[in-house]
Write a protein that binds this ligand. Structure first.
Ligand SMILES: [Fe+2]
Ligand SMILES: [Fe+2]
Length: 269
C-alpha cells in the first residue's frame, strides 16, 4: 500500500482527539469512520508526534439532548415482548455504542504514545472504533424504524466510570473494558437476540446476530491480545517491571473471578 501524508499532516492521535471533542454522536461516528479509513488506507501516516504533548479530555464531548441518569434510576428495559420494551433495549444499545466509540478513540489517544505501543495496536483499535461507529449508526437507524430516536429515553451515566478509573493504566483499561465489559456484553447478547426473535422482531435480531455479535468478539480478542503483549513485554524487562506484571495479573484475575467466567474469556482468544 502506498502511504501518503494527509494535506495537514495530522497524526492519528490528533484525529482521535477531534473525534473525542465532537459532541454529536452521529458526527462522532461519521468522523471516526473517515479517520479510520484514512489510517487504514495510509493517508494518515504517523500515529503521533513525539514533540507534541497530548491532552486527552477526562470526559469526551457529548450533546445534552440525552437525559443521563444513574444506573439505579433507569426504567426497566423489559424482555422485548412489546414495542416499548424493544425501543428501550435498542435505545440502551445505541447509548452503549456511542460510549464504545469514545472508548476506542480514547485508548488510542491516551495510551498509544504514553506506553510506546507498536503500530498494530493503533490499527487494531482504529478497526474497533470503526466497528463501534457502524454499530451506533445501524442501531440508531433501527431505533428510528421502531418509531423512536436516540434521546427519546433516559440513558445511564455509569458507562464512563470504569474508563475514568483505568485512565492511568493501560493493562487495567484493557482488562476491565475489553476483557470484562465487552466479554459480559457478549455473554448477554445471545439472550437479547432470542428475545427479539420471540418478540417477532427478526430485523433487530439479525442485526445483532450477523453484525454486532461477531465484531464484538474481535474487540474482546484485541483486548486480550494487547493485555498479553504488555504482560510479555513487562516479563522481559527488569525486576520492577516484572513486579508490576504480577500485580497487574492478580488485579486482572480478581476482576475476572468477580465478573466473568474464565472459561468464556478463553473462547475469545
Ligand atoms: Fe459495538
Ligand atoms: Fe465493542
Amino acid at each position: 500500500m502506498t502511504q501518503m501524508s494527509s494535506s495537514n499532516g495530522e497524526t492519528l492521535v490528533e484525529a482521535a482527539l477531534r473525534v473525542l471533542h465532537t459532541d454529536d454522536p452521529f458526527e462522532k461516528a461519521r468522523l471516526g469512520d473517515e479517520v479510520a479509513n484514512k489510517w487504514l488506507q495510509g493517508h494518515i501516516v504517523r500515529p503521533y508526534d513525539d514533540s507534541v504533548d497530548i491532552v486527552v479530555p477526562d470526559r469526551p464531548s457529548r450533546l445534552s439532548n440525552v437525559k443521563l441518569v444513574s444506573p439505579s434510576e433507569m426504567p426497566k428495559l423489559g424482555k422485548a415482548g412489546s414495542l416499548q420494551s424493544r425501543q428501550s433495549i435498542v435505545h440502551s444499545l445505541v447509548h452503549t455504542e456511542s460510549w464504545a466509540i469514545d472508548l476506542s478513540w480514547d485508548i488510542i489517544a491516551r495510551f498509544g504514545k504514553q506506553d510506546s505501543m507498536p503500530r498494530d495496536f493503533f490499527t487494531d483499535f482504529v478497526k474497533v472504533a470503526q466497528d463501534e461507529g457502524r454499530h451506533f449508526s445501524l442501531l440508531a437507524a433501527r431505533l428510528k424504524e421502531l418509531g423512536s430516536f436516540y434521546g427519546a429515553l433516559p440513558a445511564h451515566d455509569g458507562l464512563w466510570d470504569s474508563a475514568t478509573i483505568t485512565s492511568k493504566d493501560l493493562p487495567a483499561r484493557l482488562a476491565i473494558e475489553h476483557c470484562v465489559h465487552e466479554a459480559r456484553g457478549l455473554d448477554v447478547l445471545p439472550t437479547t437476540i432470542s428475545r427479539f426473535r420471540k418478540g417477532g422482531d427478526d430485523k433487530t435480531a439479525e442485526l445483532l446476530e450477523k453484525v454486532v455479535y461477531p465484531e464484538e468478539i474481535t474487540h474482546c480478542a484485541a483486548g486480550v491480545k494487547w493485555f498479553q503483549y504488555l504482560c510479555l513485554r513487562s516479563k522481559n524487562g527488569d525486576d520492577a517491571a516484572c513486579g508490576s506484571l504480577v500485580s497487574e495479573l492478580s488485579k486482572f484475575q480478581q476482576v475476572l473471578m468477580y465478573r466473568v467466567r474464565v472459561r468464556r474469556i478463553s473462547n475469545y482468544l
